[in-house]
Design a binder for this molecule. Structure first.
Ligand code: ATP
Ligand code: MG
Length: 294
């Protein structure tokens, strides 16, 4: 499994962003997948494996896993999360969606609302959007930065560089505490977004998914792409890599994301906790008592 997984994900992993160029990743790429069916089979196997591995993660109660999802609207964040985590016990998994900050959020530092809900030991935490919005939407819309009530002396030209540094340090700290971090940018093309918006408008049962605000953000496409590229260049590290996942074909996106999670958990070499001799004796005695009860 691990060689197939590695082949599938290698091309999309960024651990050192210095030379990263967004244009090198084609949103329509389907990698080395020979067919949709083959990818689907791989995804199914991945999902099964994840479900058993998550049990070990939970039982070990030591490592935790944080999955961060960022993307333009309609890139498929929600569907990917739903499919990839479909086999996982909901008790061991928490999804948090980060929308526009509340006034309480704005009264604190920008990492506050996310750091409050980092996954506990043994859990998988999923961030549907995250602190990365602070170098994306806030960068594209400087008026959002004005609302953050920062002392004006601290808002200078270096603010984005400073935020990148703060994020790198935060992620390093978290990973030293046992949180494994994997970050996904679902990279959809402008043309595919147009098609998906149109289908949300044309099909009645999809109308609810369409938001007028999405069209306003689409108008800033190039600014967003620049912000994404700069973000990936500055926050890709060995301990918290970005995966830039082609997102024009949903089946491919899901297979790659599942493979990344499989790979991350595989590297932890998880095992069910060992029961020592005295504990085994105790369990044997209880087992015998229960059997006698009948
Ligand atoms: P959906 O799939 O339901 O559309 P969504 O994640 O797009 O999910 P929305 O409520 O449509 O949810 O959008 C959330 C909005 O909140 C996004 O436009 C996002 O950029 C914005 N947002 C998130 N974090 C911040 C932040 N820190 N500052 C300003 N805006 C933010
Ligand atoms: Mg939206």
């Amino acid at each position: 499994m691990s060689k197939i997984t590695e082949n599938l994900i290698r091309d999309y992993r960024v651990t050192d962003g210095k030379k990263f160029r967004l244009k090198d990743i084609d949103p329509g790429d389907t990698g080395k997948a020979r067919s949709k069916e083959e990818a689907q089979e791989l995804l199914d196997r991945g999902i099964k494996w994840l479900s058993s591995e998550q049990e070990k993660l939970y039982a070990t109660d030591s490592w935790s896993l944080l999955l961060v999802f960022q993307a333009m609207d309609a890139a498929g964040k929600d569907g990917t999360i739903k499919h990839v985590m479909s086999g996982v016990n909901p008790q061991g998994c928490q999804v948090h969606s980060f929308k526009a900050p509340t006034s309480d959020d704005l009264d604190h530092d920008f990492l506050w609302r996310c750091s409050k809900v980092m996954p506990e030991r043994g859990r998988i935490g999923i961030f549907n959007r995250s602190y990365y919005e602070e170098v994306l939407v806030v960068r594209v819309h400087p008026e959002f930065l004005m609302k953050q009530k920062l002392p004006s002396e601290l808002v200078g030209k270096k603010i984005w560089e400073d935020r990148f540094e703060d994020i790198r340090n935060f992620e390093k700290y978290q990973s030293r505490q046992g949180t494994v971090i994997r970050k996904f940018f679902l990279h959809v093309s402008r043309e595919e977004q147009r098609r998906r918006f149109l289908s949300r408008l044309e099909q009645k049962e999809k109308n609810w998914k369409f938001s007028v605000a999405d069209i306003a953000e689409r108008a800033h496409w190039d600014k967003y792409m620049d912000a994404y590229e700069d973000m990936i260049r500055n926050t890709s590290t060995e301990e918290a890599p970005w995966y830039v996942v082609p997102a024009d074909n949903k089946w491919f996106t899901r297979t790659v994301v599942a493979a990344v999670i499989v790979d991350a958990l595989h590297a932890l070499n998880l095992k069910f906790p060992h029961v020592d001799k005295s504990k085994r004796k105790e369990l044997d005695a209880i087992e015998a008592t229960l059997k006698r009860e009948k």
